[in-house]
Design a protein around this ligand. Structure first.
Ligand code: GMT
Length: 376
């Protein structure tokens, strides 16, 4: 039986928006009718599919409102679309505000409309610490028909921080295998002025404090003294000025390439030798999966769900948050040993194929949908 599914996510926000959109696309390929209900068109929704629809949430800017009422507009749009299109369920990404809006919509439409909520991390590990929101997050979780989280660690953290007994299913993220694979060597290295002897290190994030990008620079400063290399930085965010200054202070301006925001990173990952994700909080770290799919080993921190994505000693190494010494020695070990690097690159591709394959993950979500719909 094919379903009619409404999907709400932050269309412009990193990993959660990407995963929600790719999930919608895969569901549509399997014959389900997918309705994106979002504030703008999700940036990965780039190709036409007759099973995919987009409903824009328009927020009234009426002068009396000090803050435009996005949540109310979203709930109202969800109810309108659910009624008109006879949706079976709403799959919302983020407890606050999206699960709350879905609960409101369900109250308007009726109990037959089911709610599946996926937690991505920021809603719990950042907002969960704000006491004024804890109760609201708990409400969103407990009134959803089913809740998933993108790692086992996030399941544990949610239970501990939000103090809920609600059953939460871990469902890992996935990448589109048609996009993320290692490209044959391109002229990109040459275009970026990278010589054939140089190794390429890469970090991709939204440059928020939790990503600890300065640690990447500190580690790179020492790595490039031993192994000729360049560091590619992709993304933009509040810490970019701090990072730029640090690169300057270390005299690394010729060795660090700031590429800004890039949407198609598979090409760039394909010329990379090692990826870094040194965050202090990270529920999953989608970029690690994207890197692994392109055959790039990674160094990550023992934070959140990262140890569920990097297999220690097989696809990369793990270190304590801020332990630059260990990060440097682990990086030198991988970059200095061709056979180890090749083996890790191979293992990484295999890991994505076995543990995180889109077919397997999409099936897990479908099973959850059928399960909630079978309950009256
Ligand atoms: O990392 C961010 O700040 C963005 C955020 C998002 O909403 O996309 O990322 C969260 O969700 C991603 C997709 O599930 C995860 O891969 C990221 O680890 C998670 N970020 C954090 O937990 C900090």
């Amino acid at each position: 039986m094919t379903l009619k599914i409404g999907i709400t996510c932050y269309p412009t926000v990193g990993g959660s928006g990407i995963v929600a959109t790719e999930l919608g696309k895969k569901l549509a390929e399997k014959g389900h009718e997918v309705h994106f209900i979002t504030s703008s068109i999700p940036f990965r929704l780039d190709k036409f599919s007759r099973n995919i629809f987009y409903h824009e949430v328009e927020v009234n800017q009426y002068a009396v409102f000090r803050y435009p009422p996005y949540d109310i507009a979203l709930a109202s749009k969800m109810a309108e679309v659910a009624q008109r299109e006879h949706l079976d369920l709403l799959h919302v990404h983020y407890a606050v505000p999206h699960a709350i809006c879905a609960i409101l919509a369900k109250q308007m439409v009726g109990d037959h409309l089911k709610i599946v909520t996926t937690l991505h991390g920021t809603d719990i590990t950042v907002l969960g610490y704000d006491p004024s929101l804890t109760q609201m997050i708990r409400f969103g979780i407990e009134h959803s028909d089913h809740v998933t989280a993108v790692s086992k660690d996030l399941v544990q953290q949610t239970k501990a921080l939000i103090e809920t007994d609600k059953s939460i299913t871990p469902v890992y993220n996935f990448v589109d295998e048609g996009t993320y694979y290692k490209r044959a060597s391109s002229d990109l290295r040459e275009a970026y002025g990278i010589t054939s002897e140089e190794k390429v290190l890469i970090h991709i994030s939204n440059f928020r404090e939790v990503k600890r990008v300065p640690d990447v620079i500190k580690a790179f400063a020492r790595i490039q003294e031993k192994i000729s290399s360049k560091l590619i930085l992709i993304g933009e965010g509040p810490e970019l000025p701090i990072v730029t200054r640090l690169v300057d202070q270390y005299g690394l301006t010729d060795k660090v390439l700031f590429l800004g925001k890039q949407e198609n990173v598979a090409e760039i990952l394909s010329i990379s030798d090692l990826a870094f994700l040194l965050s202090s909080k990270e529920s999953f770290g989608l970029i690690l999966l994207e890197a692994a799919a392109c055959g790039v080993p990674a160094i990550g921190t023992k934070a959140g769900g990262i140890p569920e994505v990097i297999v220690e000693g097989e696809t990369g190494y793990l270190s304590e948050v801020g332990d630059i010494e260990t990060i440097v020695s682990q990086s030198l070990k991988i970059l200095g040993d061709h056979d180890l690097h090749q083996q890790m690159a191979k293992n990484a591709v295999e890991l994505v194929r076995k543990k995180f394959h889109s077919e397997h993950i999409v099936k897990q979500y479908e099973d959850i949908y059928y399960q909630v719909l079978s309950k009256f």
